[in-house]
Design a protein around this ligand. Structure first.
Ligand code: CTP
Length: 334
């Protein structure tokens, strides 16, 4: 057993389109102390430093709050970190990945914290970044997009390898107990967004003692009922595993919820959103017959298409931003 660490840790960032790389940063940060405060920059600050984020401040606050290693979100945190922010949040030190973050004036945002001995590095998760996800959307939908010009070590695609250790580090390692209601949800969970996250929170809050298992459909199955997912099944699954409302995840879950699944996982409720999904087959015939199916509405009418539409609407801006970011990273030798 590891020894419990004490102290409050701070991590800040844009956390645009929160992905498992961000969640892994928060996991590492939380393991360095007993409390984690996450500073999330406002839209205004991000626009000044590097351009428009895809999600609004409110959406990004909500997405960060859904990450299970987060104790508190410090909203509208300044882009450059001052010791007054750390003190106000009751934090001893800040952590950041190995990549350098420069403010609008080209200064390192963490130089003061480093000088004051209140800075620690965490390992940046390779193979995923917001820019990379935006690039994947642009590569499919934007006209004349030069993917190679927008790639660097931190924005390159498909270098993520899902080892058992990485998956285990994201796992709650809990089993459902007698008093739990085992709730099964399934889908693609592509571009994990506040629409998904707020719906999962609603399930957790509205079903007493819910133990939520999320089934993540395979890349092939998702492509059979919608666009090919932008993230692979392990990337999508790890994102969902980072969510505080979810207790377990099934990778490559079948579209049809059959009697073996229901028995093996002890499923008491199969929950779907009101729109349901356009699956090629009705996967819920048996849950319906058994009276397990429940339609539960989420508070946010948001979908992966909402995200794609926002990126496509600003395609030139995002392509230029990602190209500039890749160039900056190449020049700084990262
Ligand atoms: N981070 C990480 N691994 C990633 C992406 C981000 O560890 N794959 C860390 C960053 O190093 C930082 C924190 O997450 O400590 C917040 O990052 P953020 O400000 O959102 O911006 P970026 O570093 O630009 O992340 P991204 O490239 O995904 O936009």
């Amino acid at each position: 057993m590891g020894t419990e660490k004490s102290g409050s840790v701070f991590i800040d960032g844009c956390f645009d389109m929160v992905h498992f790389g961000h969640a892994n940063a928060m996991r590492q940060a939380r393991s360095k102390g007993s409390r984690l405060v996450v500073g999330v920059h406002s839209d205004e600050e991000i626009i000044k430093a590097k351009g428009m984020p895809v999600l609004t401040s409110e959406e990004r606050y909500e997405a960060v709050r859904a990450v299970k290693w987060v104790d508190h979100v410090h909203e509208a945190s300044p882009y450059s970190l001052y010791m007054s922010t750390l003190d106000k949040c009751g934090c001893d030190f800040v952590v950041h990945g190995e990549d350098i973050t420069l403010n609008a004036d080209g200064e390192d945002c963490y130089s003061i914290a480093q000088r004051m001995g209140r800075f620690q590095f965490i390992h940046r998760t390779e193979g995923v970044s917001t820019s990379d996800i935006v690039n994947r959307v642009l590569a499919r939908y934007a006209t004349g997009f030069d993917h190679s010009a927008a790639q660097s070590k931190y924005t390159g695609t498909e270098t993520f390898l899902p080892s058992a250790r990485k998956i285990a580090m994201f796992s709650n390692r809990t089993e459902p107990e007698e008093h739990h209601t085992v709730v099964y949800v399934d889908g693609s969970f592509d571009l994990l967004h506040p629409g998904h996250l707020s719906w999962l929170r609603t399930l957790k809050e509205s079903i007493p003692n819910a133990y939520i298992i999320a089934g993540i459909h395979s890349d092939e199955d998702v492509a059979s009922y919608g666009p090919t997912p932008f993230l692979g099944v392990h990337e999508r699954g790890l994102g969902v595993m980072g969510c505080r409302w979810v207790d377990d995840v099934i990778f490559n879950a079948p579209i049809t919820v059959d009697k073996h699944m229901i028995a093996e996982f002890g499923i008491n409720v199969v929950a779907v959103g009101p729109s349901g999904a356009d699956y090629p087959v009705d996967g819920y015939v048996l849950p319906k017959e058994m009276g397990l199916l429940r339609t539960i509405e989420g508070p946010r009418p948001m979908s992966a298409k909402t995200i794609v539409d926002r990126i496509v609407a600003r395609q030139a801006e995002y392509a230029a931003k990602n190209k500039a970011k890749a160039e900056k990273e190449r020049m700084s030798g990262l």
